[in-house]
Design a protein around this ligand. Sequence first.
Ligand SMILES: [Cu+2]
Ligand SMILES: [Zn+2]
Length: 185
Amino acid sequence: MMKTLYSYLYIALILTFVAACNTSSKAPSAAKEKALTATATISGKSGQHVQGTIVLIQVKDGVTLQIDLTGLEPNSLHGFHIHEIGDCTDDDAKSAGGHFNPGEVQHGGPEDQHRHAGDMGNLHSDAKGEVHTLVKNRMVTLDNQESTSVVNRAIIIHESKDQFDAQPAGNAGARIGCGVIRVNY
Ligand SMILES: [Cu+2]
Ligand SMILES: [Zn+2]
């Protein structure tokens, strides 16, 4: 009887140590590594039914966007940009203003040296009309102290393909999806 009690106490003691070690080693590093992220919840505009989520993650050399959308036309290209104003209230999303362009340069494609900071090229929908992809934008940040911050701006999905050479905004057609970029706390 006594022997069993001792072995229980012994096990309890070990478990306490293990728990203590875990919390002391994990807690500080978890707090330090917590990435700065934001989310834009996309909803349909201009009578379309696009919806989904774009999670923005601050990385060393820009922002990575994790894009998950449904309700697009299958197998099609859709220009998408960060627009200046975080306001998706208009039915045609015109309330979001023009492309985010802190550098005051011409519109372009994602690989162009000179482009609007908000220009990110085209999204390619699959056979189900969905997009699940990662895109990196090296010209923006989630740091609200910087002039290139995209916090509280809008992401717009367009009806058609962005033709990078077409000025002033790629001629990508109607704004069919819109979401405001909100920081996750
Ligand atoms: Cu746009
Ligand atoms: Zn542009």
